[in-house]
Design a protein around this ligand. Structure first.
Ligand SMILES: [Zn+2]
Length: 309
């Protein structure tokens, strides 16, 4: 596995004050912001003093203290902020994803902490997708694939049962992936109609599943996978979505050794996020990921609150 290129000399990866400054720049672009009253500017004072935790601000209106991590996935986390920032950078620069085991080694945490860090960062990647894809003169490629059911490495237990994934990609644009319970015409139509602009040209395989749905779009082209229709040229293809699936599978089987049904949507969010930000640098992608930390507190158990990280 090739290690992602990260400039580890940057203080944000090993100094908590630098990491906090970095997060404040990202999450408070207009200065400190009271999470209760929404006030900014001179209504906020930064608390200083030996008895005060670093990074604590106080609102003059509600008189309550707060830090930049309040209301984010990092709230109440015992993991040092510089490790959060480094984990975000590693996730952002690992093309095929990084396992929690490798993160554990790189951060010097325990495995459970590394696992939860990545899952919370996947939560940050969720919803960063904005609005429908496609539009006039745009081509949307849609296809289904199956994840799981491969016995690649017996040490990781029996392979989980196959899970269906449905992805839509705008050529030259963004991807939206969904873990679906079934690949019926009804399920795929609902997703297509809510995710892609109907002004788009839809490109799918020849499955009859898409026949009626395709009429809801500006046009509908089909590709016969079995016959390898080279003659019809580049336009009539689903190469973009197929390449996306290839990358997803290399990640799922190569880095994660299968993923469980319960968490598949989180991995899809991670892969969609990296694909959708592929035109910016690794560092900019990590910043984008950390900006997604807002309003994403997870509701399941968070063991790193007790673990020594
Ligand atoms: Zn306030």
């Amino acid at each position: 596995m090739t290690a992602p290129k990260v400039d580890l000399t940057n203080s944000i990866y090993h100094d908590n004050d630098a990491a906090r400054d970095h997060l404040e720049t990202l999450l408070w672009p207009d200065g400190p912001f009271c999470p209760r009253c929404g006030v900014t500017g001179d209504r906020i004072t930064k608390l200083k003093g030996r008895s005060t935790r670093p990074g604590v601000h106080k609102c003059k209106d509600c008189r309550k203290p707060f830090t930049v991590t309040i209301g984010t996935v990092m709230e109440r986390s015992k993991v040092p902020l510089c490790k959060w920032v480094l984990a975000a950078q590693l996730m952002s620069s690992s093309k095929k994803g990084m396992s929690a085991l490798q993160l554990q080694r790189m951060l010097g945490t325990n495995y459970e902490t590394a696992w939860f860090l990545f899952h919370r960062l996947r939560e940050c990647a969720t919803d960063l997708e904005r609005g429908p894809i496609g539009g006039k003169n745009k081509v949307i490629e849609a296809d289904e694939t199956y994840i799981g059911g491969k016995a690649r490495n017996k040490a990781f237990g029996p392979p989980p049962k196959k899970q269906a994934v449905f992805s839509l990609v705008e050529r030259g644009g963004e991807v939206r992936s969904f873990h679906v319970a079934d690949v019926s015409a009804k399920t795929l139509r609902r997703i297509l109609f809510t995710t892609a602009s109907r002004k788009s040209y839809l490109m799918t395989d020849e499955a009859t599943t898409y026949t009626s749905t395709g009429r809801g779009f500006a046009g509908h082209g089909t590709v016969n996978h079995g016959a390898k229709e080279y003659v019809r040229g580049k336009f009539w293809s689903t190469n973009t979505v197929e390449s996306y699936f290839a990358l997803l599978k290399r990640g799922v089987y190569g880095s994660f050794h299968n993923v469980s049904e319960a968490h598949l949507h989180r991995y899809l969010a991670e892969f969609d996020f990296r694909y959708n930000t592929r035109k910016i640098s690794d560092a900019e992608r990590a910043d984008e990921l950390l900006r997604g930390a807002k309003g994403k507190r997870l509701h399941y158990r968070q063991p790193d609150e007790t673990a020594h990280a």
